[in-house]
Write a protein that binds this ligand. Structure first.
Ligand SMILES: Cc1ncc(COP(=O)(O)O)c(C=O)c1O
Length: 296
């Protein structure tokens, strides 16, 4: 959460780029001017210096199966990775490093950093060595930069990478390990944040959760208000109260609260507090409206 120069509180629920932990942002602000006492700003330093950082079936004859482990738009997530008998390639852009995961079930996983692991500019790729031998393109048939073999043989230093974005990822990994107590502990925190929202949706006759219960995402909670008018009013009042980024994806509509690693339990509690109060006020008003119209 942030207090702006104008003293206004902002609680960032955007779907990415999105909230970073406060301590990571504070460290960035120090390191921009002087990176760990080096006398150089982090953007001035060479990259050589930066620390290393079930129902799914493939088509017959498929060489691999690609899936998205967490659907950021709909707010759905695979509970477990399917075992499909062909290599599994997973876009984990919205849930890698939010909890432990079944790495053994994955042959290639990738995730951009700007949701849970830093800022835009970095994509993390995990590739099984055996997969490298399955690449059918001969050297030179693929542009070198698009060929994973290039990046493996150059130890991810083939070209000048976005050093600042990698530096923020490094800070995020340290934050996960040292401040959050590791991935399993972080997973518990993230599941509790999500449960805070889902419990409210389940108990409410006013809000409607949009994802099926068994497929609910831990990182993106999607829901709808009873009417279009209440939807608009909800977003407007939420904005005034400092909650930003709650509109659903343009292709899905409704509302969405994204609870990525940088979003705290306190922020989730305050959002549910706001939602409960909004429901209370507007249920009563709707009720009055209905009574008013029946009098006519
Ligand atoms: C799961 C997932 N994959 C891919 C993307 C697209 O990412 P990029 O804009 O980095 O290509 C998004 C967008 O937010 C996403 O949520």
């Amino acid at each position: 959460m942030t207090v702006t120069d104008h003293g206004r509180e902002v609680l960032n629920f955007y779907a990415g780029p999105t909230a970073l932990p406060w301590t990571v942002r504070a460290q960035i602000s120090r390191d921009i001017v002087d990176f760990h006492g080096s006398g150089m700003g982090v953007m001035e330093i060479s990259h050589r210096y930066v620390p290393p950082a079930a129902a799914v079936r493939p088509r017959p004859g498929a060489r691999y199966l690609h899936l998205v482990t967490n659907n950021t738009v709909e707010g759905t997530q695979f509970r477990a990775l399917p075992r499909v008998g062909v290599p599994l390639v997973a876009d984990m852009s919205s849930d890698l490093m939010t909890d432990g995961f079944d790495a053994a079930g994955c042959d290639l996983a990738y995730a951009h950093a700007q949701k849970n692991i830093g800022i835009a500019g970095v994509t993390i790729v995990l590739i099984r060595k055996s997969m490298l031998g399955k690449i059918v393109a001969r050297p030179g048939e693929l542009p070198a930069i698009l060929d994973y073999r290039t990046h493996v043989s150059h130890r991810s230093n083939y070209h000048t990478p976005p050093t600042f974005a990698i530096y923020v990822t490094w800070l995020m990994l340290g934050w996960i390990e040292e401040e959050m107590g590791g991935l399993a502990a972080l997973g518990r925190v993230n599941r509790r944040k999500a449960a805070t929202l889902y419990d409210l949706l389940d108990a409410s006759p006013f809000y409607r959760g949009l994802a099926e219960r068994d497929s609910r995402s831990v990182t993106n909670v999607t829901f709808a208000l009873p009417t279009a008018r209440l939807h608009e009013q909800f977003l407007e009042e939420a904005g005034k109260a400092g909650f930003v980024g709650l509109a659903g994806h343009r292709s899905a509509g409704g509302c969405r609260a994204s609870l990525f690693n940088g979003v705290t339990q306190d922020m989730a509690d305050r959002l549910t507090g706001f939602m409960a109060a909004f429901e209370q006020r507007n249920q009563t008003r709707e009720h009055r409206d209905q009574e008013g119209s029946s009098d006519e």
